[in-house]
Design a protein around this ligand. Sequence first.
Ligand code: ADP
Ligand code: MG
Length: 173
Amino acid sequence: MSLPIYLIGARGCGKTTVGQALSQALGYAFNDTDHYLQLTTQRSVAEIVASEGWDSFRARETESLRAVTAPNTVIATGGGMVLAEVNCRFMREHGQVIWLNAPSDVLADRLEHQPEAAQRPTLTGRPIAEEMGDILRERAHLYRQTAHHEVNAMQSPDRVVEQILQSLSLARA
Ligand code: ADP
Ligand code: MG
């Protein structure tokens, strides 16, 4: 039995993409708190926020983090998971936390090139590159404090997986 691995970082850093590849490399299960929320509520993040507000969304996010936590599981977390200190403490206590770090222009570029269905409205209605810059300025210290390890997320997904395995001293299965 091994502790869960939590991937944290801003939207677009590759938590879902890298998380799936990492779970395959380790023979672990994969779970995604955003996806879990959508499945259990049958609503998108944007819809939950529109109907219940951000506080309610954040509370649901905390519940989803606890619900998906299990041994031998890679967990991709919502970009705002670190905004609640209780979530940061929970992740550090229950598993290994990895920050996928990339600059805001790279994140914005990736999000702009996602297929329509995967795109979400920006939180503020401003250009996405500006918004990602603000988000990173606001959250970088939280990601850094919460993570046991920081990985450069500008590399290919395979390289990112390799670096995570190295930092956790886990050999590829
Ligand atoms: P997150 O779950 O952190 O929001 P995703 O895994 O959904 O991020 O990735 C966002 C977009 O960026 C997707 O279109 C994905 O294909 C692309 N992407 C993810 N990781 C990388 C990477 N290491 N290099 C290039 N593109 C990537
Ligand atoms: Mg994701």
